[in-house]
Each structure stands twice: as C-alpha cells, then as structure tokens.
Write a protein that binds this ligand. Sequence first.
Ligand code: PGA
Length: 256
Amino acid sequence: MRQNLVAGNWKMNLDYQAGLALVSEITNMVADEATGPQAPQVVICPPFPFLAGVGKLLPAGGRFHLGAQNCHQQESGPYTGEVSARMLQSVGCEYVILGHSERRQYFREDDALLSQKVKAALAAGLQPIFCVGESLDTREADETFDFIGGQLENGLFHLSNEEFDRVVIAYEPIWAIGTGRTATSQQAQDVHAFIRERLARAYDAQAALNTTILYGGSANAQNARELFAQPDVDGGLIGGASLKSRDFTEIIKSFS
Ligand code: PGA
C-alpha cells in the first residue's frame, strides 16, 4: 500500500554503541513530534551486526521498522560471509534495500542478480526497497528514462502482481548520492511520474498508484519538504542526514 515513508540508510558508518545512541535519540525525538495523518513510516537500516540491537530499541507496533542494506539471493548454504533474507527476517527486519548504486558499482550487482535477490527477499516476507537511478553521463546523454525503464524491467517486472504489491521503489540519481547535489524537486517529480507510468504499463493503473516511490540523493532537513510535496514523491531514502538525529527527525517531520 502506498504510504509516506522515510528510510535511513546508515551504510558502513558508526559502531554499535554509536548506532544504539543514535536510534534512541531518534525514537525519543520522533515520539514527541511527528504525529498526524501525513506522518510517515520510518525504516532504520543499520549495518548487519547492529540489526538485532537496534530492533530492540524500536517501539513495537508503531511507525518504526527495521531494514537491512542487502541480502543474499539464496536461502542458505555455503556462502561464507553472506546473509540471507530469512536471517534478516528472523532478527526483526521488515525491509531490505536492494540495488543501491554502491552495490551495483562496487560489488558488480547487475539486474539479473538483483531480480533474484528481490525474489528471495519477498519469499522471506521482507519488503524490498529497490533502488534505481542514472549516472551523470546517462542524464547528460538524455537517456535517463530509458535507463531507469530498463532497471525496472530487468529487476522487477518478473514479479507477479501480488509480489509487486510489496515492493517500494527508490529513485536515487547517482550524481546526487553523497555529493550535496540534490535533484531539483521537478527533476525528482519527472522521474517519479515516469516510474509510475511504467508500472501502470507493466502491471496496471492501480498497482502504479499504490506503489510507494522514494527519492534519495543528498536529501536533507532543508530540501525534504519541497521534495516530499511533489505529487509522486512519497518520501526519502536518506544517507548522510540519517546519521544525525536532529536532521533525520526534521526530515521525518517534512510532510504536510
Ligand atoms: P545521501 O545517500 O543521502 O548521503 O546522498 C542516499 C543513499 O545513498 O541512499
């Protein structure tokens, strides 16, 4: 179901103690302030070793949810160093980020592999937050829509309607991630509207309307309100600003 949502992607930052301190600050600040019909769901995505501990600090049954940053495509087996979707589910995860551009770039994850990871995540009862986004070269060559259309088609469109129902999409232009260079709200809106159109063609109009689509890439406490005010932007996938309790809380409050 489409909903306002803010996810914090901690990436490979902090240590366990600092992570617990951060999540306590966030839950305390948000408990007091961010209520109302537009108040978003909040997903905290710490590194694997922090998951169980962070999960214990999230108020149960409320708007906070636990998410991971990756999972393996197999259910179990001889894959030293890897973590399965079912393991994540067993420590309380409800979401998993898949297809982040850093994983695509540094770990060579391609659409074919990601399509398997999405399947594995859904089979374990997790909701994938599936990332798409173009490089600066692709944007300057005016190929953004084709490129993102391809990522959606190859990574997601093998899913049935029922499966697709549980997918969240994050549009993250690579040139905006960690660079301080945010997409304008119009650039974000244009791509989000395009994504919804592609979903309507691949599934149906209702599925397109029901999909939560997040923006990510240098979103912060200053620009979140304008981004989230766009008709097809349902929230954000936040990197750097999710590591500061005050900034992240401000972003959570940026829905009107
Ligand atoms: P950023 O990262 O907010 O630091 O740009 C976003 C992301 O990579 O998910």
